[in-house]
Design a protein around this ligand. Structure first.
Ligand SMILES: C[S@@+](CC[C@H](N)C(=O)[O-])C[C@H]1O[C@@H](n2cnc3c(N)ncnc32)[C@H](O)[C@@H]1O
Length: 236
């Protein structure tokens, strides 16, 4: 198994054993999208969706296959996930496109003529620095239709919690509770999160989003004070 396959199979095991509460998160995401679709005006064009850091879509595909989308773009920095994601959406009645791209570069680019109605990102934005997260929020808004929606699922720090304290308690959670993983897999996750994860402070990021024209609602919060889902809509 190469490096990518090993890392991805560890992530799959985390998802399959619901160690990051993906089941509850998926239910909250489904409810949010269905609620948003239900309140769109009758006769509105089918929504265009962009998924930033889409991964292999193993979890989201059952929902995506049912949605009445006008189009779907799956974007990810990692090329090997894209054919896997494409396989998951084979046969859907709307066009799909797959892009190997950095999500911040996507936000920085000039918006396409057709605005995005539904922007989704799960467990990808916490890799950005705080400055880049703020920049992403400022720039991504330009891509969205006025009645569009950003659903941001991710890990977040508690208000006022230092990154070191967050990492320490997440590492403890993995060591004591993630027994479905082999010890080497647990260590792999610990090494990755200690090095790369930079979750936003919940209150700070909400204020920063509001300052650049978003309305923020927390839709779901996991049991471990880390995983959460936020819904952001542009202030009109
Ligand atoms: C933990 S996986 C989550 C995958 C999927 N969204 C899910 O919830 O199952 C994070 C994904 O985000 C991608 N990613 C991380 N940083 C990214 C960036 N700056 N731009 C685009 N994709 C990124 C990774 O390659 C990976 O596929």
């Amino acid at each position: 198994m190469d490096f990518f396959d090993r890392q991805w199979s560890t992530y799959r095991r985390v998802v399959d054993h619901d160690l990051m509460e993906h089941q509850a998160l998926s239910a909250a995401t489904t409810a949010a999208i269905e609620g948003w679709l239900a309140q769109r005006p009758q006769g509105a064009a089918p929504p265009h969706m962009v998924d930033l850091g889409c991964g292999d879509l193993a979890l989201l595909a059952p929902l995506l296959r049912q949605l009445p989308l006008g189009s779907y773009i799956g974007l990810d920095l990692s090329a090997p996930v894209l054919p896997r994601a494409a396989t998951q959406l084979e046969g859907v009645p709307y066009p799909c496109a797959w892009r190997e791209q950095d999500l911040l570069a996507w936000a920085e680019a000039e918006p396409e003529p057709e605005p995005v109605d539904l922007l989704h990102s799960a467990f990808a934005l916490h890799h950005l620095s705080d400055d880049d997260k703020a920049r992403f929020l400022e720039l991504s808004r330009r891509h969205l239709a006025p009645d569009g929606l950003l659903l941001w699922a991710d890990v977040f720090r508690e208000p006022g919690e230092a990154r070191e304290a967050y990492v320490a308690r997440y590492v403890e959670r993995i060591r004591s509770g993630w027994t479905p993983l082999e010890p080497e897999q647990r260590q792999e996750v610990i090494d990755h999160l200690s090095q790369y994860d930079d979750p936003a402070d919940r209150d700070v990021i909400q204020r920063s989003a509001e300052a650049c024209g978003w309305r923020w609602h927390w839709l779901w919060q996991g049991a471990h004070r880390a995983e959460a889902l936020a819904m952001l809509t542009p202030v009109r």
